[in-house]
Design a protein around this ligand. Structure first.
Ligand code: F6R
Length: 610
């Protein structure tokens, strides 16, 4: 989720670009850069920094390029480490065409091979760099025509801003599966990844639709499809201030990030899963042979990431038929664990910097295990230390409470389980296809679920006065229960514990009374009947029961005190949907209690000490 800005108008572009990049840093700050067409000099000045925008400002101090057309970028790395060469903008071989990009070009490897064979020279490890070279390949003096031809060959997700030295009065933007807006000023115009960047300059914006392209001059913008059909663009008036704009109009980052989950999941899946259920990880390209001899999978993590590890444990055992163990990394490091060269150690960490998880990773490596870091941060310590990496590609998560990245972690575990199953010749092809299609349908299912946000908010209002909660589930529903309880306690400070349905009657059930509600996960699963029996036990103890159920569920209506209904789906999808629903529930409970949702007390986003 990188930040993009483009400017064309009578003012000096450099200060405007730098100021906008500062405001866009919340979208990522691995590295930054800008390109300005220097007035009168017939050159494009390109400046990059391998760190935050402040370093870029320092580099440009006293030597800012002078010009009226420019593009800038602040990077959240996906393909290629956060280094100066990988920072955007990227240029073609001649330096005429410059491009900034947010998204992932799925077919970049094949395009790069084709362009290299045609003589193009690549400087970076990024997927983005194929774009200027592809445009160069088609360029015959008409920049817009070359852009149209090039973009028709790209698969994946892109929001692009670009210009060509030969066209000093033209700034071009295009989007597919990633947002892009055109800011309409007085005699000047902008292109940006989001409204935050342009808010001090204009309140009028044109929202680009999927697969559309904007040809922007200082006086206006023309929108068309990639094949050149004109489009009637929608102009909106934005009343947000900068802080509202950063949150996309949501009251908190947590809620914004919950709403980003469909895109986060799509990005985790992007380019990795084919229709037959085969999975390919570019940065963890291990021969299947290695998985055939694998003895066990160790999954290490902390907090929410440990819960994702618990989901991975079940999926890997079930689909790949491999013994798998999810382990609290802080405990693992002080044990004398049985790890051998035949094991696979999977470390699950959003930040890639959690101290206990890193020590666990290095302990497993020291004992010879093959290791892979599943992380959201390219170039993080975990990604550097492990033998391979599986990136979530979810974009930065700012709220301390993890939401979209938990779901992306669970999805990445499903991909890993499918990869291991494929490598070990497990799962019939029909089952693999079925799982692949249900994973692919997830983003849409989550969008559907989020339409019931007002109903979930009403339930939160009804339950917010309780001081204790028990969350109960079985199988993947047990993971949902543990994570649901953690989400509630960390942002609302209400005591909540998670239990398996079977375990409840071995102790936890003693806590129940009319002031101790149970959140029971009763969605689609092979143990749903057992959960219904559990609900009977809870009701008998006079505990209020909020049952999370699939659409059309009749048995629990009238038995549970309340029901939270999610779309009907298979077991894995139901677990994901129930988790998202309980994130929304926790959010509204905390809101009701007036808590500081994005900055819960005593917690930090990344725990880099033991
Ligand atoms: C809870 C939460 C934490 C983290 C934990 C591990 O919402 O975010 O429990 O999951 O601190 O962090 P990472 O995943 O960065 O290793």
């Amino acid at each position: 989720m990188c930040g993009i800005i483009g400017y064309l108008g009578p003012r000096e572009a450099t200060p405007i670009l730098l100021e906008a990049l500062k405001r866009l840093e919340y979208r990522g700050y691995d590295s930054a850069g800008l390109a300005v067409l220097e007035t009168g000099q017939q050159t494009t000045s390109l400046t990059k920094s391998e760190a935050k925008v402040d370093l870029l400002i320092e580099k440009l101090w006293g030597q800012a390029p002078s010009g009226h057309l420019g593009i800038g970028h602040t990077r959240w790395a996906t393909h290629g480490k956060p280094t100066t060469v990988n920072a955007h903008p990227h240029a073609d071989c001649t330096g005429r065409i410059t491009v900034v990009h947010n998204g992932i070009i799925e077919n970049f490897a094949e395009l790069k091979a084709e362009l290299s064979a045609a003589g193009h020279e690549f400087l970076s490890d990024t997927d983005t760099e194929v774009v200027p070279h592809l445009i160069e390949q088609y360029y015959r003096g008409d920049f817009l025509a070359a852009v149209r031809q090039a973009l028709q060959r790209l698969r994946g997700a892109y929001a692009l801003a670009m210009f060509c030295l030969d066209d000093p009065d033209l700034l071009v933007g295009a989007r597919l599966n990633a947002p892009l807006v055109v800011g309409l000023g007085e005699g000047e115009n902008f292109i940006a990844s989001d409204i935050t960047a342009i808010i001090p300059y204009t309140k009028r914006a044109l929202i680009l639709g999927e697969g559309e392209l904007a040809a922007v001059t200082a006086l206006g913008a023309q929108v068309s499809t990639l094949d050149g059909r004109p489009v009637e663009a929608k102009i909106v008036h934005v009343d947000w201030d900068v802080s509202q704009a950063e949150k996309g109009g949501f009251a908190h980052f947590m809620l914004k990030e919950i709403h980003e989950t469909p895109d986060a999941v799509a990005n985790t899946l992007r380019g990795r899963l084919d229709e037959a259920g085969n999975v390919h990880f570019a940065e963890f390209d291990v021969p299947s042979e290695r998985f055939r001899t694998c003895r066990q999978v160790l999954l290490l993590g902390m907090g929410t990431s440990l819960h994702a590890a618990l989901a991975g444990e079940q999926l890997i055992e079930d689909w790949a038929g491999l013994p798998a163990r999810a382990i609290d990394a802080s405990e693992f490091r002080y044990r004398r664990p049985t790890v051998t060269e035949d094991d696979l150690a999977v470390v699950i960490t959003q930040s890639g910097e959690t101290a206990d998880t890193l020590v666990g990773l290095n302990l497993a490596r020291a004992r010879g295990a093959l290791s892979v870091a599943v992380t959201n941060v390219v170039g993080s310590s975990a990604a550097r230390d492990a033998d391979g990496a599986i990136y979530l590609n979810s974009g930065p998560e700012i709220s301390v409470a993890s939401t979209k990245t938990f779901i992306a972690h669970v999805v990445s575990q499903a991909l890993l389980a499918l990869r291991l199953a494929g490598g070990r010749g497990r799962l019939p092809i029909e089952r693999r296809q079925e799982l692949a299609s249900s994973l692919r349908a997830l983003p849409e299912q989550i969008r559907r679920l989020l339409q019931s946000e007002p109903d979930i908010a009403r339930l939160a209002h009804r339950y917010a006065h309780y001081r204790n909660f028990m969350y109960v589930g079985r199988g993947l529903g047990h993971v949902v229960a543990l994570e649901g309880a953690l989400k509630l306690k960390e942002i609302s400070y209400i005591h909540a514990e998670g239990s398996s349905g079977g375990e409840a009657k071995h102790g936890p059930i003693a806590l129940l009374d009319p002031l101790f509600p149970v959140v029971a996960i009763c969605t689609e699963s092979s143990t749903r009947e057992k959960m219904i029996s559990n609900v009977h036990e809870f009701v008998t103890r006079d505990a209020p029961v909020l049952a999370v159920v699939s659409e059309g569920e009749a048995e629990l209506q009238g038995l549970a005190t309340d029901v939270l209904v999610i779309p009907r789906a298979d077991e894995l999808t139901s677990a994901v949907l129930a988790s998202v629903a309980l994130q929304v529930f926790a959010y509204y409970v905390a809101l009701e209690l007036g808590k500081d949702v994005d900055h819960p007390r005593n917690l930090a986003k990344s725990v880099t000490v033991e």
